[in-house]
Design a protein around this ligand. Structure first.
Ligand code: UDX
Length: 432
């Protein structure tokens, strides 16, 4: 089928390549000339596993073209995916400027029937709003249908999630559009949930809200474990054995970050407010997470009382392993607190983007993992990168001024820590 994806950000680019791999003819449009120039040359513009291979394959097989020409993108395909940014506004609501701009372009260039599909995470009611906008621009209903098809990708596992998703959600209000979408996804062989557009829009928020709640829940259990001498990992394991609960998303730690959970939980509260529904559970999920991400600071100050002038090492800056994304990363909140408490911060991350260096010029970046520990009074581990679990703890201890580890992601095997005689605090491992 002929598919255009507008927006070559995370969701847009993965979807464009994914549909290309599934044998569709794809045009990926972005107004950013630099991005398109690089993509045409096969240069991946974001960090994601397998992206370079899929990009190369789609270009070689002529399954994808990249363009800044939105008119061409709209005219030459029958399915137009909108995957532009929907960043949060300061008040927690969603900024729809880019979506509105695309709708205006569609109304300008539309030449025959199109299915316009919303992939961006947008407020409830957006499908209806988009239809109204197109009508107000003089486009009658026979020229288009608008469908909601939310995306559930995880960074670092995006292609795996795209091709093997647990479910495809399609919110539609016309049989014609349902048929087109069904045909597009036929060879995915995944479960498809057909529903009305409002429900589809809410499924995305409900899914992210629920997963975020699972994390905050286990983190509160972990905090209790620390007080009572419990073991949160055994609790997660036992909970996960109950099929009604599932073992996933029960890893205790310093909370969730990234571009989705923090944004979507806040948006869900706002959506609730708009319709007079008080989302107490989601509000608590957010509050627990706000406290959880700076728990290492609480443990650190409890131990030293004053950390001014002390060298503190922060290991892992991204919000999770397998990405270069530092948006809403707990590590950033920890660094801010360390700076506030006048500590000297040394950082290491195997994959961090350069942007953080511009943002925090006062902190020291180490290119070598072991250099991060030199003269340090505490090493705080914020991301469970694989190389951290393989650290030589004796070498680490020899480099440190005072051997203290705060393990924000429960990375280390306690027997190894004990052998190296390092003071150690973790999350919910109160039995140690
Ligand atoms: C998430 C959703 O999983 C995905 O379906 C949606 O489309 C976008 O948001 P992502 O933000 O890429 O994906 O990361 P995810 O792997 O879900 O992790 C989010 C955060 O939760 C990370 O900071 C991670 O460290 C944290 N997390 C996850 C935990 O603290 N414990 C867990 O058990 C799982």
């Amino acid at each position: 089928m002929k598919v255009t994806v507008i927006g070559s950000g995370y969701v847009g680019l993965i979807a464009a390549l994914g549909f290309g791999i599934k044998n569709n003819k794809v045009i990926c449009v972005d107004k950013n000339k630099e991005k398109i120039k690089n993509l045409k040359k096969g240069i991946p513009i974001i960090y994601e596993k397998e992206l370079d291979n899929y990009l190369k394959k789609c270009i070689e097989d002529k399954k994808i073209t990249f363009s800044t020409d939105i008119k061409k993108g709209i005219r030459e395909s029958n399915i137009i995916f909108i995957a532009v940014g929907t960043p949060p506004l300061n008040n927690g609501e969603v900024d729809m400027t880019q979506v509105k701009e695309v709708i205006r372009d569609i109304s300008k260039y539309i030449n025959e029937y199109k299915v316009v599909v919303n992939k961006s995470t947008v407020p409830i009611g957006t499908q209806k709003y988009m239809k109204r906008m197109l009508n107000n621009e003089g486009i009658s209903n026979e020229y288009f249908d608008v469908v909601s098809n939310p995306e559930f990708l995880r960074e670092g596992k995006a292609f795996e999630d795209f091709f093997n998703t647990d479910r495809i959600v399609i919110g539609y209000d016309s049989e014609k559009a349902k048929g087109v979408m069904g045909k597009l996804y036929k060879n995915f062989n995944r479960k498809i949930v057909y529903t009305n557009p409002e429900t589809a829009e809410l499924i995305k928020y409900a899914s992210n809200g629920f997963l975020a709640t699972k994390i905050s829940f286990i983190n509160e259990i972990a905090n209790l474990c620390d007080e009572i001498g419990g073991n949160v990992e055994d609790i997660s394991y036992a909970l996960g054995l109950d099929k009604r609960i599932s073992p996933l998303f029960l890893n205790a730690g310093i909370g969730f970050g990234g571009s989705c959970f923090p944004k979507d939980t806040k948006a869900l509260v706002k959506i609730g407010e708009k319709y007079g529904v008080d989302f107490n559970i989601i509000k608590s999920t957010i509050n627990v997470n706000n406290k959880q991400r700076i728990i290492p600071i609480k443990k650190l100050l409890n131990y030293y009382k004053d950390i001014s002038g002390k060298i503190i090492s922060v290991l892992g800056l991204t919000f999770k392993p397998g990405t270069d994304d530092i948006r809403e990363s707990p590590a950033i909140y920890i660094i801010n607190e360390l700076i506030k408490n006048k500590a000297k911060v040394k950082c290491y991350d195997p994959n961090v983007s350069k942007t953080i260096k511009d943002k925090y010029p006062q902190i020291e970046y180490c290119n070598n993992l072991y250099d991060t520990f030199t003269n340090s009074s505490c090493a705080i581990f914020c991301t469970e990168w694989e190389e951290f679990s393989k650290l030589d703890l004796f070498k680490l201890k020899a480099k440190m001024k005072e051997p203290l580890i705060i393990d924000g992601r429960n990375i280390f095997n306690y027997e190894h820590i004990k052998k190296a005689k390092i003071k150690y605090f973790a999350i919910g491992r109160g039995y140690i």
